[in-house]
Design a protein around this ligand. Structure first.
Ligand SMILES: NC(=O)c1ccc[n+]([C@@H]2O[C@H](COP(=O)([O-])OP(=O)(O)OC[C@H]3O[C@@H](n4cnc5c(N)ncnc54)[C@H](O)[C@@H]3O)[C@@H](O)[C@H]2O)c1
Length: 358
């Protein structure tokens, strides 16, 4: 039952991550899901039955006309992010947009510019910023405990984790890329945020595809379609240089003959006064006290509600108060510029200077 205090959500795309969003919103009394749609209608109907969602629309266009929807979660393949996010903003709906923002920087810019013409919330779904340990590390960074952060290393190196081989995930025209755009976008987003948002200026990077084209390195996310094809990278490495002189290095893979950081996401921050690390959402602080190495393990409370619930609460707060989300449209565009520059650098073999035109 919807009440006046609730933000009414419409879910666009009823696939895997939509299932996670639906479960997350169930923990938030200020949220109600009033509608859902998917191009594969039976899936939307199944989700509606399982979760008591009252309306299934035949298309996203129809859902955007629904007056009982205040905000939408866009959880469709990357190819459709820009079209649907722009249409949703133009229809007067707030948008929680799955990552990456779009297929490329030009499409991301369209979303950013449309957002700027409205008073609506556009937030990117980067739940890693909302991990308890990420919040604690950011607090220390903001207090100056790390001093000037001059170097950061981040990545997510899966050994055998290609998602949905042959589906939209592994098709360049539908995904915009492989692990770089899929996993790398989370790590770039989190790292720049923790570094204090220095402005990225130059990017040098390379991509490789040694597993996917041979149907090796297959993971468990998504159902493979062996009739499909694979034309994206499966590993990427890059260096990003920022305006304050700091550097961020990135290593991501869906598949590699390596057991690197247990296949979990990681960030290392190196500052003039101290350091910090996040490994699979576990945080550590590093410093030197009385000429001795000093380390602090950051504790997570037992009853932690989790990063996704905090992220959804933040979205609702931004909608209600007209606040700029932490993972703003501009941050999404910044990440898209960097991703595109890494792909370009890989193609040309040269470093790429980012063109800040906004
Ligand atoms: N934040 C995260 O950690 C995270 C994790 C996984 C996926 N994602 C992102 O979420 C998005 C979806 O990924 P997924 O794993 O759920 O994929 P999925 O293939 O499981 O689901 C996508 C769904 O969208 C539907 N769809 C396609 N075009 C549509 C349209 N025009 N209108 C309505 N429905 C449409 C498909 O039928 C499918 O059911 C991607 O952008 C992905 O990058 C984010």
């Amino acid at each position: 039952m919807v009440n006046n205090e609730q933000i009414r959500f419409g879910i666009i795309g009823a696939g895997n991550i939509a299932g996670v969003h639906i479960q997350t919103l169930a923990h938030i009394p200020e949220a109600a899901i009033t509608a859902i749609t998917d191009v594969y209608q039976p899936l939307a109907e199944q989700r509606a039955r399982e979760h008591g969602i009252p309306v299934v629309h035949p298309s996203y266009e129809k859902l955007l006309e629904d007056p009982d929807v205040d905000a939408v979660i866009v959880a469709v393949p990357n190819k459709y992010h820009a079209t649907i996010a722009v249409a949703a903003l133009q229809a007067g709906k707030h948008v929680l947009l799955e990552k990456p923002m779009a297929l490329n920087a030009a499409e991301a810019k369209k979303i950013l510019l449309t957002h700027r013409q409205t008073n609506l919330t556009l937030m990117m779904a980067h739940q890693q910023r909302w991990e308890w340990s990420s919040l604690q590390v950011k607090e220390q960074v903001d207090k100056g405990a790390l001093g000037h952060i001059y170097n950061a290393k981040t990545g997510w190196m899966r050994r055998k984790g290609i998602p949905g081989w042959g589906t939209w995930f592994t098709r360049m025209d539908q995904s915009g890329g492989g692990p770089l755009i899929d996993l790398g976008v989370h790590m770039i987003d989190l790292s720049l945020h923790l570094m204090g948002n220095p402005k990225p200026l130059t990017v040098f990077g390379t991509t490789f595809a040694e597993f996917g084209p041979k149907k090796r390195g297959i993971g468990t996310w998504g159902t493979p379609n062996w009739e499909g094809f694979y034309d994206v990278e499966d590993l990427s490495t890059a260096l990003i240089k920022c305006d304050n002189g700091s550097t961020l290095s990135l290593d991501v893979s869906w598949a590699a003959h390596a057991e690197y950081m247990d296949g979990k996401p990681f960030v290392y921050l190196m500052g003039s006064e101290g350091g910090a690390s996040l490994r699979d959402a576990k945080g550590m602080l590093f410093s030197e006290v009385d000429d001795q190495k000093h380390e602090v393990q950051l504790a997570v409370p037992e009853n932690d509600e989790g990063s996704r619930v905090r992220m959804a609460r933040h979205f609702i707060e931004c909608v209600r108060e007209g606040k700029e989300p932490l993972t703003s449209a501009l941050s999404g565009y910044t990440n898209s510029l960097i991703l595109e520059a890494i792909y370009e650098s890989s193609r040309t073999g040269a470093a790429v200077t980012l063109e800040w035109d906004i």
